[in-house]
Ligand binder design. Structure first.
Ligand code: NAP
Ligand code: MG
Length: 484
């Protein structure tokens, strides 16, 4: 499929049907590799979101609300099968819409989506309460009920994968969904919504309302009949969501940004460390919340790390995301490209040295060269603020305390990595690093079985594992007076 044969018009998906937006408006979605429009997508307005929320509420009270938990699990498995069947179409859509290399989507995103579905399919009928013998004159127990209508707000960096991290556990718990994909990557969420219908999820269980964050996203956050919002995105929007959610005291989970430290000691396997540091910052063109964007190298190996990292940056195969040999695609949008280029200017202005990269890579498409900054000081903006692009900052440290101080010295607490053969040191760092995940002698893997999230400006709450079940259920105590 190329841009010309791609879909032209995409309507909203509400109550089991594709519907024209009440707003009457459509917006363009663009392939960032070619700058060409690939589809026109219905723009949900406030009224459209309201119709979707009502559809989700109705579905909650209907057949879906009475379904056996194991049948919900079967539907999730069926959805996994359909995704597998249509894998190549999903890979193409995700790649055209976001600029992600097809090889990366096949290797990572799609398998993670299926793993997530299978994992939560198995959990659907294991969402247990407890019998808690509180008193002699009563039978007291808890049950976990679905939290209700969930607003799912998805970022553009992993539309399929992060979308499913939210949708699968919410559905396993028996919730109904109104999904708002990012405006620049709306296509795969619509396709997943259609596959959910085909799998047999009743109408209204999965509604998809593309549109703009300030309108459709905000309408979802403000809606008095939405019980919960699960959000992944920037800290700025995370704060707006908290304010909006105050209206009806919605429950909120926030997965926000990061400026993660990847710390390399001289006693580490330097080959492995530099390789992982390279993919830690250049994977997905650096548009990863847990990107190892600050590489902390000990003074004794600083020059070597800089040099070898620069060599890795130069060896990245930048190009057409549809080519299987491409290892780095464009940034997701012109806005994002300009943001990254402006941070490169800021870094230069602050006195950091561009060792390699530092400019736009092509005339057409939103490509930026993989960039390595050396001579970076901890206080610089490029070392404190999330750039969300292929820009590595390499910071020198002198000892363990210095490394810890720098690593913990940002507003974020999402992830960190440590490379060392010293077993006491890595355990000490695991304890003292402020992060939701600490990787030791590796960088970047995630698994649906392990809790994911952060603290401070990285947000709060955890996704994945059985923690996600708490996100989408409400506990209820039943107290039966039995008398003595
Ligand atoms: P964003 O601008 O915060 O947008 C995220 C989503 O929120 C989009 O769907 C957006 O819609 C919507 N939105 C915007 N304003 C809204 C509002 N007022 N009310 C409700 N929804 C609204 O973030 P992004 O630029 O897409 O993603 C990059 C950020 O996400 C980075 O900071 C990154 O670190 C973070 N991230 C975190 C994780 C994690 O797991 N912790 C994972 C991935 C990304 P529009 O697209 O229409 O603006
Ligand atoms: Mg796009």
């Amino acid at each position: 499929m190329n841009d010309m044969t791609a879909l032209s018009m995409q309507d909203l998906l509400i109550d089991g049907r594709r519907v024209k937006p009440l707003s009457g408006r459509y917006f363009n979605t663009v392939n960032p590799a070619t700058e060409q429009v690939i589809a026109q997508v219905a723009e949900a307005g406030v009224e459209d979101v309201d119709v979707a929320v009502r559809s989700a509420r109705k579905a909650l009270d209907g057949e879906w609300g009475h379904m056996k938990a194991s049948d919900r699990g079967r539907l999730l498995l069926k959805l996994a099968d359909l995704i597998k069947r249509d894998e190549e179409e999903l890979v193409m859509l995700e790649s055209l819409d976001s600029g992600k290399p097809v090889s990366a989507i096949r290797r990572q995103d799609l398998p993670a989506v299926i793993d997530t579905l299978v994992y939560y399919a198995g959990m659907a009928d294991k969402i247990n309460g407890q019998v808690i013998p509180a008193r002699a004159d009563a039978l007291t127990y808890t049950v976990r009920e679905p939290v209700g209508v969930v607003g799912v707000i998805i970022p553009w960096n992993f539309p399929l994968m992060i979308g499913m991290w939210k949708m699968a556990p919410a559905l396993a718990c028996g919730c109904t969904l109104v999904v708002k994909p990012a405006e620049i990557t709306p296509l795969t969420a619509l396709k997943i919504g259609e596959l959910a219908l085909e799998a047999g999820f009743p109408a209204g269980v999965v509604n998809v309302v593309p549109g703009f964050g300030k309108v459709a996203g905000q309408a979802l956050v403000d809606h008095p009949d939405v019980d919960k919002v699960t959000f992944t995105g920037s800290p700025t929007v995370g704060r707006q969501i908290l304010q909006g959610a105050a209206g009806n005291l919605k429950r909120v989970t926030l997965e926000l940004g990061g400026k993660s430290a990847n710390i390399i000691f001289p006693d580490a396997d330097i080959d492995a460390a530099v390789k992982a540091a390279g993919s830690g910052i250049f994977f997905n063109t650096g548009q990863v919340c847990s990107a190892g964007s600050r590489i902390l190298a000990h003074a004794d190996i600083y020059d070597e790390v800089v040099e070898r990292l620069a060599a890795r940056a130069k060896s990245m195969r930048i190009g057409d995301p549809l080519e299987t040999s491409t290892s780095m695609g464009p940034l997701v949008s012109e806005v994002q490209m300009n943001r990254v280029l402006s941070y490169i200017d800021i870094g230069r202005g602050e006195g950091a040295r561009v060792v390699t990269g530092g400019a736009r890579a092509t005339d057409k498409g939103y490509y930026v060269q993989p960039t390595v900054f050396a001579g970076v000081e901890h206080e610089m903006r490029v070392s404190q603020e999330e750039i969300f692009g292929p820009v590595a900052t390499v910071i020198k440290f002198k000892d363990d305390d210095d490394a810890l101080r720098i690593a913990n010295g940002t507003v974020y607490s999402l992830a960190a990595g440590v490379w060392s053969a010293d077993i006491a040191r890595v355990h000490r760092f695991a304890r003292q690093l402020k992060a939701g995940t600490v990787w030791i002698n590796t960088y970047g893997p995630t698994d649906i079985r392990l809790p994911w999230g952060g603290a401070r400006d990285s947000g709060f709450g955890r996704e994945h594992g059985d923690m996600a079940i708490e996100n989408f259920t409400e506990p209820k105590v039943v107290w039966i007076n039995t008398g003595r």
